[in-house]
Design a protein around this ligand. Structure first.
Ligand code: BLA
Length: 314
């Protein structure tokens, strides 16, 4: 005779089945960002000659403090490219990619920026050609680099919807085509992200390929200072900091941030964080430790389909 479980046990049985299925799925889908890095390097080599950066010697691989994970670093330079660097973290519970390319100061080309943080449950993604100069008030810069890319941004804005509120101050470092998104892990979303990464990187390579060297000293200085401001922001307020400190300890994490990830912060300019961002000054003259002064905002994408900024200014 068929014996049915009591009705009250059914929800538990269903959730156990879902959990088992999820575990099987997770095991068969072991995510890695290695192919993203391989793609970017191969594609760059099709356009230019990559030379290992002097940083490579010191920053290559590191083990996490608990022995349960590895951090891998790669860095190169090339004509027009001051630094191309990649950091990937793989542990039992998370995968991280932080891939960026910084042009030489003679070029006002945007900074390529891919930041992916993945656990078995969720993903936090920023993929963008971060503008070097203001695009909200400097229409000419926006037109120069982003106008023709709006359809590409629109395509991915639909596939990878806006991730909701974020640190308000970050928005000035983002472009109208930024992909800021959060999603649950699945092979489908991973494929879409890989496709977005390839498209954005190919577009960036075209921009740097076409870029004409600036010869005006004041323009070059302006580019250098803008890149320094960007590096200063990220070296101080990047959301990955807390996690890096937990993985490798405070001293190594600080060195990794200033000397590798945001290399140039100690060389490209002499202004400090408070010179660029005085709103973070505490009464005793120190830097406010909060990531944001204004708070989180921009619940929805603050650019319209034409790429015009429609959020509140800060
Ligand atoms: C979260 N990462 C975030 C968020 C943003 C970014 C916007 C959401 C939280 C927020 O609003 O601040 C990314 N912010 C950026 C980028 C710029 C910026 C790219 O201003 C550029 C100008 N992320 C990493 C690395 C790790 C990482 C290397 O790039 C870990 C080692 C982790 N990012 C990470 C984690 C969160 C996060 C854990 C969620 C936790 C949190 O919000 O503090």
């Amino acid at each position: 005779q068929l014996k049915l479980p009591p009705l009250t046990r059914i929800p538990t049985i269903i959730s156990t089945c879902i959990w088992r299925k999820r575990r099987v799925f997770m095991q068969s889908f072991s995510l890695s960002y290695q192919k993203f890095v391989d793609f970017a390097l191969d594609e760059t080599k099709r356009h230019t000659h990559l030379v290992p950066s002097p940083l490579q010697e010191k920053f290559n691989t590191m083990s996490c403090e608990n022995g349960k994970g590895e951090i891998r670093m790669l860095s190169f330079q090339a004509a027009k490219i001051r630094l191309l660097r990649s950091l990937s973290i793989e542990t039992e519970t998370m995968q991280v990619l932080d891939f960026a390319v910084f042009p030489e100061a003679e070029y006002d080309v945007p900074i390529f920026c891919a930041n992916f943080f993945t656990t078995s449950a969720s993903n936090i993604v920023v993929l963008d050609l971060n503008p070097l100069h203001d695009i909200i008030y400097q229409r000419d810069y926006s037109e120069k680099y982003y106008k023709s890319l709006i359809p590409l941004g629109q395509k991915y804005a639909e596939l990878l919807p806006w991730g909701g509120k974020l640190t308000s101050e970050s928005i000035r470092f983002f472009s109208p085509i930024v992909i800021w998104t959060k999603f649950t892990s699945s092979p489908q979303t991973y494929d879409i992200l890989y496709s977005a990464f390839r498209d954005y990187y190919k577009v960036w390579l075209q921009l740097i390929g076409k870029a004409v060297e600036e010869t005006d000293a004041s323009q070059i200085f302006g580019n250098c200072e803008a890149q320094h401001k960007y590096l200063t922001w990220r070296a101080e307020k990047d959301p990955g900091q807390g996690l890096l400190k937990r993985l490798i300890g405070e001293t190594l994490a600080k060195d990794l941030l200033r000397s590798f990830l945001f290399n140039g912060v100690d060389e490209l300019g002499s202004k400090n964080f408070l010179d660029y961002f005085p709103e973070y000054r505490c009464e005793d003259g120190t830097v406010n430790k909060n990531r944001s002064i204004v708070g989180k905002s921009f619940e929805n994408r603050p650019w319209n389909a034409r790429g015009e900024f429609i959020g509140n200014s800060f």
